[in-house]
Ligand binder design. Structure first.
Ligand SMILES: C[S@@+](CC[C@H](N)C(=O)[O-])C[C@H]1O[C@@H](n2cnc3c(N)ncnc32)[C@H](O)[C@@H]1O
Length: 261
């Protein structure tokens, strides 16, 4: 049990399962000139927050995939609750490493927070590039570690323990995107504790959660997993908070384009 699995298991009431929250997702829409005619693949939809938000705001065509059946259930039951019957929004099973779509299918291939979870980010980038249309956008944003920490084995192990992710630097992100064929690469840094706090539209408080959310969460965790696991999770949260505050860990937005034919 680690912090990442707690977040995914719905013990944390997050709307946006990524730093930057809605602000970052809005920024992507602006940078990619999102409109009703944009056909989007959302890889690793989580609770479906971005897909619902963009469907509502732009009425664009969104296919959203996730490897976790729990996430599909969460998104599909939200779809029922909202009484959405549109064919322009669908949630289905899919693996970032092996996209079940023809090449040149989407105007935008979006990957929010699913770039460093699986063990082969280059394969993910190549798959994103394959299914994007010529001239289409490929977008990902995810956690990076600072250059100064790239040889710090114990730091990297700890990050992996807390988040179960690959530990890549900003430069690794850019190199991978280039190797996968992304052109016109554009990046923005969304690091810092204030960005990590934006996981609900009301903002959080102290790293991800308000004090009330955190108290409720601690009781829920103790009930479900006992005191020892709960204390361990709180230690993980402290480590992550410190790493973010010290900028040993950050969050990068990367946008690339597939070369027009
Ligand atoms: C940090 S959450 C991000 C969710 C959402 N994109 C957001 O930003 O709110 C990561 C999501 O990626 C999904 N995921 C992990 N590995 C995946 C894979 N190989 N293919 C597709 N989805 C994956 C997880 O199930 C989880 O829903």
């Amino acid at each position: 049990m680690n912090l990442e699995s707690v977040i995914r298991l719905d013990y944390v009431e997050m709307q946006w399962m990524h730093p930057g929250g809605r602000d970052l997702t809005d920024r992507i829409a602006i940078k990619t000139e999102l409109s009703k005619s944009t056909k989007i693949l959302d890889i690793g939809h989580g609770r479906g927050t971005t897909a619902f938000y963009w469907h509502n705001k732009y009425d664009c065509d969104i296919t959203a995939i996730d490897i976790d059946p729990i996430m599909q259930q969460v998104a599909n039951s939200e779809m029922k609750k909202r009484d959405i019957a549109s064919k322009r929004l669908k949630f289905q099973f899919g693996d970032a490493l092996d996209l079940d779509f023809e090449e040149n299918t989407f105007d935008m291939v979006l990957n929010e927070g699913v770039f460093v979870i699986p063990d082969d980010p280059l394969k993910i980038a190549k798959e994103m590039h394959r299914v994007a249309k010529p001239g289409g956008y490929m977008v990902f944003h995810d956690v990076f570690i600072d250059e100064s920490k790239q040889d710090d084995v114990s730091f990297k192990q700890k990050v992996n323990e807390v988040y179960s992710i690959q530990t890549l630097t900003k430069f690794d992100f850019i190199n991978i995107a280039e190797s996968a064929g992304f052109t016109e690469i554009y990046t923005e840094d969304w690091s810092g504790i204030q960005e990590y706090n934006k996981v609900t539209d009301q903002g959080g408080g102290k790293y991800m959660f308000s004090h009330t959310q955190k108290t409720k969460l601690v009781f829920r965790l103790i009930r479900n997993f006992g005191i020892r696991t709960t204390l361990d999770l709180l230690r993980q949260e402290r480590f992550a908070t410190n790493a973010i505050k010290k900028r040993d860990m950050g969050h990068l937005l990367l946008i690339g384009k597939k070369k027009s034919e």
